[in-house]
Ligand binder design. Structure first.
Ligand SMILES: [Cu+2]
Length: 490
């Protein structure tokens, strides 16, 4: 019974004893049917098995009906440089080489023998606090391990649920901020109900010396972390870990289960999937199931299991609905659903999920004149193309789409655009000053608003060079001087 674990005040304790006794009565009535009614601590294990560990967004095979076992988990800590976003790298500290760390899947009653190895190339000692552990520090005290060493401890899983694990070595916040967190699932007796697709997603906030998008290897910024002023808020450790080719997938009619965690260190997540309603949410990763939910709150150091059936094809966009984090700091992922349209459920005029909360027509024009200079001007055509593509993916992609194809009735195409190719200054002006009013692109009329893009002259030159040299366009090279000239005309 769960009361063993709770730390109750006296009044609660009385209540809980009454509850405990009445449960005992109930149990004694229903007891006959299965061993499953045993207190988790009493569940015997006789076989040993090596735990399957997976990197996100994948999860190990479901437990199903397997009996409780001695489960051997071998987790290796690796400090390694990885990509935060195009052009920006970060020295991640990881459990198993990924952020979040390897997913651990257990069942109630398992005896987990956990070995934590700290790779000899690492610089620091680490440990692990698993929220699924009943015991001091969640294992932290027994697992503190220096580089080139390993530590083993064991624990029995008593409470089903989805739990966070993280490093708890001082300064704890710094170890978590560098990516040292992951999820451990404790399935109930008999396993979770079957679904078609399962994925592992974990949010985290990152603090870098340079601001969002600044190039190069970015060191951790302690002061920003203390101030809770995140430069990046991301799913699965980096910007784009779940978008484009990295998107997770499902087919129309399938049921999807997402194991969603939040490593923090600071921010809570308002987890939402644009264009979908959660049929079920295991609130905070526990037993309580809520139904028909739009957005579920996932605290730092907490988790939730969300489930839904996908009914129509398209791209569902996963966000932290603290929405600037999604569109400006990276907390955005995609679930691509393929299959037959169902016009009854969704009429489907726009195929890809575009999200403009206020609609393109009423978004405010930015008023500030402060435009940040790009740190390094491109030195060659190839560099212009490379930098330009990055600017495109960060600033234009959402509307004009990955291949410049645009979105029918909303955003004009840039691919083979006669409007673009006819007049370079006019195209520069669209980016620098914004564009509004009726225009005709390839014979189709658009009457909407493109807000002025807050980019440096170099960035404008690069992105337009990229656009002009992609998707069958006229191949012009735009220089910062050409951009400057158009700016001065204003
Ligand atoms: Cu650590």
């Amino acid at each position: 019974m769960k009361s063993v674990k709770l730390n109750l005040n006296p009044k609660m304790a009385i209540k809980s004893t009454v509850f405990f006794m009445s449960t005992l009565l109930m149990v004694s009535c229903f007891n006959e049917k299965e061993t499953s009614e045993k207190a988790p601590a009493e569940i015997a294990v006789n076989q040993e098995m090596l735990a399957e560990l997976t990197a996100p967004p994948h999860v190990p095979t479901p437990i199903g009906r397997r009996k409780a076992k001695k489960l051997v988990v071998n987790m290796e800590i690796l400090e390694q440089v990885g990509t935060m976003t195009d052009g920006t790298t970060y020295n991640y500290w990881t459990f198993g080489g990924s952020v979040p760390g390897s997913f651990i899947r257990t069942r109630v009653g398992d005896e987990v023998e956990f070995t934590l190895s700290n790779h000899p190339d690492n610089k620091l000692p680490h440990n692990i606090d698993l929220h699924a552990v009943t015991g001091p520090g969640g294992g932290a005290e027994s697992s503190f391990v220096a580089p080139g060493h390993e530590k083993t401890f064991s624990f029995k899983t008593l409470n089903p649920g989805l739990y966070v694990y993280h490093c708890a070595t001082a300064p704890v916040g710094m170890h978590i901020a560098n990516g040292m967190y992951g999820l451990i699932l404790v399935e109930p007796e008999g396993g979770l109900p079957e679904v078609d697709k399962e994925y592992y997603i974990m949010q985290g906030d990152f603090y870098t010396k340079g601001k969002n998008g600044e190039r190069g290897l970015q060191p951790f910024d302690m002061q920003k972390a203390v101030d809770e002023n995140a430069d990046y808020v991301v799913f699965n450790g980096s910007v784009g870990a779940l978008t484009g080719d990295n998107a997770i997938t499902a087919k129309v009619g399938e049921t999807v289960r997402l194991f969603v965690g939040n490593g923090g260190p600071n921010l809570v997540s308002s987890f939402h999937v644009i264009g979908e309603i959660f049929d079920k949410v295991y609130v905070e990763g526990g037993d309580l199931i809520n139904e028909n939910i739009q957005t579920t709150l996932i605290p730092a150091g907490g988790a939730a299991i969300v489930e839904f059936r996908v009914d129509v094809p398209g791209t569902l966009v996963l966000v932290d609905h603290s929405i600037f984090r999604a569109f400006n700091k990276g907390a955005l992922g995609m679930l691509k659903v393929e299959g037959e349209e169902n016009k009854k459920i969704y009429s489907g005029e726009i195929r890809e999920g575009i999200y403009l909360p206020e609609g393109p027509g009423i978004q405010n024009m930015p008023t500030t004149d402060e435009i940040v200079e790009a740190d390094i001007p491109a030195k060659s055509f190839d560099e212009q193309m490379e930098f330009g593509k990055q600017v495109y993916m960060q600033n234009c992609f959402a509307c004009h789409q990955s291949e410049g194809q645009g979105v029918p009735n909303a955003f004009p195409p840039l691919a083979k655009s006669d409007y673009l190719n006819a007049d370079v200054d006019r195209a520069i002006s669209a980016v620098v000053n914004g564009l509004t009013g009726e225009i005709t692109v390839n014979g189709v009329k658009y009457n909407s608003v493109m807000t002025r893009q807050m980019l440096s002259p170099d960035e404008v030159a690069n992105v337009l060079t990229y656009v002009y040299n992609s998707w069958g366009n006229s191949g012009k090279v735009i220089t910062r001087e050409m951009v400057q000239k158009v700016k001065n005309q204003k």
